[in-house]
Design a protein around this ligand. Sequence first.
Ligand SMILES: Nc1ncnc2c1ncn2[C@@H]1O[C@H](COP(=O)(O)OP(=O)(O)OP(=O)(O)O)[C@@H](O)[C@H]1O
Ligand SMILES: C[C@@](O)(CCOP(=O)(O)O)CC(=O)O
Length: 407
Amino acid sequence: MGWKMNEAVETVQAQAAGKLYLAGEYAVVEPGHPAILVAVNRTLTTQVTGRAAGEGSQEQPVDAQRGRIESEGHPEASMSWHREDGKLTPDTQLGEPSYLLAAAQSVEELAVERGLALRSYDIAVSSQLDSGSGKKYGLGSSAAVAVATVRALLDWYGLQLSPLETYKLAYLATGRAQSLGSGGDLAASLFGGCIRFCSPDRSWVRAQVGSSSLSQLITQPWPGLQIHRLDAFGPDSLLHLFVGWTGSPASTPSLVASVKQGSADGKSQSYERFLAASDACVDALAQSLEAGQPGAIGEHVAQARSLLRGLSALTDTDIETPALRTLVESALIRGAAAKSSGAGGGDCGIAIVCDKQPQSRAIGQMSAIAAAWSRAGIEPLPLTVGPPLAALEPWGVGCAATAQEEE
Ligand SMILES: Nc1ncnc2c1ncn2[C@@H]1O[C@H](COP(=O)(O)OP(=O)(O)OP(=O)(O)O)[C@@H](O)[C@H]1O
Ligand SMILES: C[C@@](O)(CCOP(=O)(O)O)CC(=O)O
């Protein structure tokens, strides 16, 4: 992030990373249940540029302010805006709720609470998370657009929030556009690297929204929410993440809704068993990732896969599609740990390979997996785990007692 001065037109920009789930999918939607996520080394950038003199200039009174929001490849989220009663409002009604708009409106609401004058500006979003030719990879583009836009506009208005407060603001913003996800995607996108994440109690958060200001809400502890850094996939790590794309996009909200519905009807005991087993599996995997133990990593990734297959059968939801199964099995027979990533139903699968020594056998193993995937119509994506982007407490001994946000 930074300021560029250009004849009184100010520009500020912020980036957010794409994400992938390694384990704990679906369980993490329930408050307090953990998942492991990584940020990838591809980002989305939001740029905010002040309007020069003329119509909609930032010097004009609030109600005369105007701007344009443009996201490359996303006409549904691009719009011209004006103000109604001070609120940033699209000139024409949008066909669907917009994460980008919700992010901008949330930061402005905070700015007003903190007594700042609203200004007018244009927003431009560019992304490395879609292919540009309409391909959707499942790298968390909606979370990244929310995080990058919140960060850029906070900077634009000179509002200084901690990373955790910024996370909460992005979570509240996305809740205005969609209300089913865990918020793990936002955490990976904002904090970068590899994290262990437990979702906040969404109904508690929702109940606070009416009665607390944004300022109060983002500074309060949130029950259930835990975000810790995992020391895995760093520059000296022997672990490598490998990602394949099945070529078919999936709708996370409808898969999550299907699992919710399927786990409700008289199946609560089996679902509770799934949650408990997932918690144990995620924490065992977190430990083995931090310790860099290939055998244990393989065992726990296999267990996470098998738990998802059980959930799939329990709830009649197609999580590991035939293409994902091919992706996983062709990585397994080449010695990697592998499973679907995220909600499944398409999108991406992951494989983890481990060098015996730095740069030893993994390169050959990875090219064998890439070749097998390509032959099977799976596209290997040239991704690695991205660097940490904001400071976080490490996970580890005693972490349950130091959970950041338990009341
Ligand atoms: N670059 C972007 N700019 C503006 N809006 C975006 C952008 N990317 C995604 N969105 C919005 O987010 C919503 C969901 O997008 P999409 O299904 O592609 O991704 P996603 O939620 O990130 O899914 P996944 O987590 O599987 O990647 C859509 O309404 C879309 O308009
Ligand atoms: C199924 C779920 O646990 C993971 C979804 O991951 P993805 O967006 O499909 O990569 C949902 C969530 O955590 O919001």
